[in-house]
Ligand binder design. Structure first.
Ligand code: HEC
Ligand code: HEC
Length: 450
C-alpha cells in the first residue's frame, strides 16, 4: 500500500484551500449569486447578458429601424439639432424665437425629462438648476404655450421603443399593426403613420411641427448645417436632403444612442461585481422577484411597449399644469388612441433608468419622490377615482414589502439604475453658438451663458 508523505499532504491541503477561496471569489457574495441565478432564470436566452445594454458606439448592437440604419454622421448631426435653439424659428411670438430646443423638455441632467411637472418649450422662460425654474414667459398667455397634457417621457433607451408616446400612437409597425383604421381620424397627428416608418422616425417628424421648429436656408447656410446633412445623407437626392424626414432620421439616430450603460447595475452585468452595494443588489433581487416589477419593466431597457393601468392621477389633477383638463384625451392612455374599451387608462411601460435625476413620476407627475413611488407600488391601491377597477392591471396589487425591502428597492432605483455620466451625450456647443438647452434671457443667466 502507498502512503502519502506529510509534505505531499500539506501541499494538497494548501492547494485545496487556494482552490476553495478562488471559487468563493469568483462567485462573490450571496447577493450576487442570488441575483445571477434569478436573471438567468428570467432571461429568454438563459444568460444574464440578455439584460446588458449595448455600448453606445456599437451601432450594430443597437436596435434600429430598417429604414434608418445608424451612422456616425447621422448621430453627430442629430446630436447638434437636438440641442439647437436656432431651429425654433416658428415661435408664436417673436420673443420666443430661438429660445428653446428638444432638450428644453428632455433635459440631460434631469434624465432627459423636463425637471418639472410639465415641459414648456415655446412660451416658457427660465431653467433654474435643472429645469425646475422654467415657467410661462411674461410675453405669453395661457393657451399659446407649447405644452402637453402629460409629463415628457425620458429619452433614455428609446432605441427599444417601437411605438412612441405614453399611448404608443406613433409608428406604423409592431404594436400598431391592426390600428390603421384610426390613423389620422380623431387625431390628425397620427396621419403620419401612413408613411410606414417606425416609432421614432414617425414621431420626430411630427415633433418638429408641434414644437414649431424648421430647417430653412438660414439654418443650413447661416448656421452652417448644410455640410452635416451632406455628410449624413449623401445618398438622398439633393431636393429631399434637407427636409423634415432627414432631420427626423438624424435626431432619431442620435437618441437611439442614449443608453445608460454606465449605471452600476449595467457594470455589474458587465462583470464588475463591486459596482453595486449590497443594498442595491438586494433591491435588484426584490425588483426581479418578490415585487414583480420585472413583469412589466423588461429586458435591457427595463421598459416594454405594453400598456397597463396603474390608476395614477393625470397631469391636470396636480393643479400645476397648463392647457390640460379632465377632458384631455391623453388621460385615456392607449384607449384615447385606439378607442377600444379594453385599452382605456392603460399607459406604456417607460424606462426607469436615471429616475432619481428628476423628481416627477408617472404620466401625470403625481409622485414627487422615489420613496413615494415605492410606497404606491407596495400599497397597490389606485389613486385616480376616474379609472375603473376593472382596468387596473392584475400585476398591480399589495406587495407587503418590509421597510428594509422598500429601502433596498429604493437604493436599486436611485443608484443602481443611475448612469452618472450622461453628459457624454451632450455636445460642447451647437453651430449657432446659442445657449442650450434654453436661450431666453433668464435661462442664459441661470445656465451661465453670459
Ligand atoms: C414642450 C415639451 C417638449 C419638447 C420641446 C419636446 N418634447 Fe418630446 N415629449 C414631450 C412629451 C410631453 C412627451 C410625451 C407625449 C405623450 O405621451 O403624449 C414626449 C415624448 C417624446 C418621445 C417619445 C418617447 C417614448 O418613449 O415614447 C420622443 C422620441 C421625443 N419626445 C423626442 C423629442 C424630440 C426629438 C424633440 C425635439 C424635436 C422633442 N421631443 C421635443 C415633450 C416635449
Ligand atoms: C403592471 C405592470 C407594471 C408593474 C408590475 C410595475 N410597473 Fe412600473 N410602471 C408601469 C407603467 C405602465 C408605468 C407608467 C404608468 C403611468 O404613468 O400611467 C410605470 C411607471 C414606473 C415608474 C415611473 C417612470 C416614469 O417615467 O415616471 C417607475 C420608477 C416604476 N414604474 C418602477 C416600478 C417598480 C419599482 C416596480 C415594482 C415595485 C414596478 N414599476 C412595477 C408598469 C408596471
Amino acid at each position: 500500500m502507498r502512503t502519502f508523505s506529510p509534505k505531499l499532504l500539506t501541499t494538497a491541503t494548501l492547494l485545496m484551500i487556494i482552490l476553495w477561496s478562488c471559487t468563493q471569489e469568483r462567485l462573490g457574495n450571496p447577493f450576487d449569486i442570488q441575483l445571477e441565478r434569478r436573471l438567468v432564470r428570467l432571461s429568454p436566452t438563459g444568460s444574464s447578458e440578455y439584460f446588458m445594454l449595448p455600448d453606445e458606439q456599437d451601432y450594430d448592437a443597437i436596435p434600429q429601424g430598417k429604414s434608418n440604419p445608424l451612422s456616425y454622421e447621422k448621430v453627430e448631426l442629430g446630436k447638434l439639432l437636438f440641442f439647437e435653439t436656432g431651429i425654433a424659428r416658428e415661435a408664436i411670438d417673436d420673443s420666443g424665437s430661438g429660445t428653446y430646443s428638444c432638450a428644453t423638455c428632455h433635459v440631460p441632467t434631469a434624465g432627459f425629462m423636463p425637471g418639472r411637472v410639465q415641459g414648456i418649450a415655446d412660451g416658457g422662460a427660465g431653467f433654474g438648476l435643472n429645469g425646475e425654474g422654467r415657467d410661462i414667459s411674461d410675453q405669453y398667455v395661457e393657451g399659446t404655450l407649447d405644452v402637453q397634457g402629460a409629463r415628457a417621457l425620458s429619452l433614455l433607451n428609446v432605441a427599444y421603443v417601437t411605438n412612441t408616446t405614453w399611448n404608443g400612437k406613433f409608428g406604423a409597425n409592431h404594436a400598431n399593426i391592426g390600428t390603421e383604421a384610426v390613423w389620422g381620424i380623431d387625431d390628425e397627428s397620427t396621419e403620419v403613420n401612413r408613411l410606414g416608418l417606425d416609432g421614432l422616425e414617425t414621431q420626430n417628424m411630427e415633433g418638429l411641427d408641434l414644437h414649431r421648429m424648421i430647417i430653412d436656408e438660414y439654418v443650413l447656410d447661416t448656421l452652417g448645417y448644410r455640410p452635416y446633412y451632406n455628410a449624413a445623407f449623401a445618398e438622398i437626392p439633393v431636393e429631399e436632403r434637407y427636409g423634415k424626414i432627414t432631420t427626423s432620421f438624424a435626431i432619431s439616430a442620435y437618441i437611439r444612442t442614449l443608453l445608460p450603460n454606465q449605471a452600476p447595475f449595467q457594470k455589474w452585468l458587465q462583470g464588475d461585481k463591486e459596482a453595486m452595494t449590497d443594498a442595491e443588489k438586494r433591491g435588484a433581487n426584490i425588483f426581479y422577484d418578490k415585487a414583480g416589477c420585472y413583469r412589466c419593466h423588461k429586458g435591457p431597457s427595463m421598459s416594454s411597449v405594453e400598456f397597463h393601468a396603474l390608476g395614477v392621477n393625470d397631469l391636470y389633477q396636480t393643479g400645476e399644469a397648463y392647457q390640460t383638463d379632465e377632458n384631455d384625451k391623453r388621460n385615456l392612455g392607449r384607449g384615447g388612441f385606439t378607442n377600444l374599451a379594453t385599452d382605456m387608462y392603460k399607459f406604456k411601460v417607460p424606462t426607469i433608468y436615471n429616475m432619481g435625476d428628476s423628481p416627477f413620476y408617472f404620466h401625470g407627475s403625481s409622485k414627487r419622490s422615489l420613496s413615494d413611488l415605492v410606497e404606491y407600488f407596495d400599497l397597490g391601491v389606485k389613486e385616480n377615482p376616474n379609472v375603473p377597477d376593472s382596468q387596473i392591471s392584475p400585476f398591480f396589487h399589495p406587495l407587503q414589502l418590509t421597510q428594509k425591502e422598500k429601502d433596498d428597492l429604493l437604493a436599486f432605483l436611485e443608484n443602481g439604475l443611475r448612469d452618472p455620466n450622461l453628459m457624454r451625450y451632450v455636445p460642447e456647443r451647437v453651430l449657432s453658438g446659442n445657449c442650450f438647452p434654453n436661450n431666453d434671457a433668464q435661462s442664459q443667466t441661470e445656465l451661465g451663458c453670459n
